[in-house]
Design a protein around this ligand. Structure first.
Ligand SMILES: Nc1ncnc2c1ncn2[C@@H]1O[C@H](COP(=O)(O)OP(=O)(O)OP(=O)(O)O)[C@@H](O)[C@H]1O
Ligand SMILES: [Mg+2]
Length: 153
């Protein structure tokens, strides 16, 4: 694991801007996993990423559909696995086709699939400290992670 950035944001706009800046790291096939509890700002960050990548499509959480696809070159796949019940749903979705294709995958609530991701990925960790005096303060950590198939045995 390699730390790329550690930063606090103090507003929705700052997180959008950070996502937009981060989008320049992405290339066809990139996978980004976003961790953080409800309301921590995962979708907000993704909105910034999508703006940076240039799609004109509306970015909304695919909580019930599992995936939203946004028109772009490369295409953008926005996943949200919060409500997933079983791994068979992932099978039906054909997740691997998306992950290992030419599009950019942005994944909220990735815990259920994180071990299955082979190769490189980015991780965005969003922390919202309820104790903080700032209701809009978020701690954001961006890392690059690697999972080699031969290490998973
Ligand atoms: N610094 C900040 N960064 C991001 N969002 C912020 C910040 N301050 C306040 N907010 C607000 O917090 C909320 C974050 O919601 P968002 O949908 O992005 O969270 P989420 O992590 O995707 O939640 P869920 O797990 O439900 O999908 C938004 O209403 C946003 O305006
Ligand atoms: Mg969300």
């Amino acid at each position: 694991m390699k730390t790329l950035l550690k930063k606090k944001t103090y507003s929705t706009e700052e997180t959008l801007a950070l996502g937009k800046t981060f989008s320049s790291e992405l290339a066809p096939g990139s996978i980004v996993c976003l961790f953080g509890k409800l309301g921590s700002g995962k979708t907000t960050f993704i909105r910034g990423v999508c703006e940076g990548l240039g799609t004109k499509d509306l970015v909304t959480s695919p909580t019930f559909t599992l995936i939203n696809e946004y028109r772009n070159s490369p295409p953008i796949y926005h996943f949200d696995f919060y409500r997933i019940q079983s791994e068979s749903e992932l099978y039906e979705l054909g997740l691997d086709e998306y992950l290992y294709g030419e599009g950019i995958s942005l994944i909220e609530w990735p815990e259920i699939i994180i071990k299955e991701i082979i190769g490189q990925r980015f991780e965005i960790h969003m922390k919202w400290d309820i104790e903080s005096d700032w209701e809009t303060e978020r701690n954001i950590l961006i890392t690059q992670n690697q999972n080699n198939l031969r290490n998973t045995n």
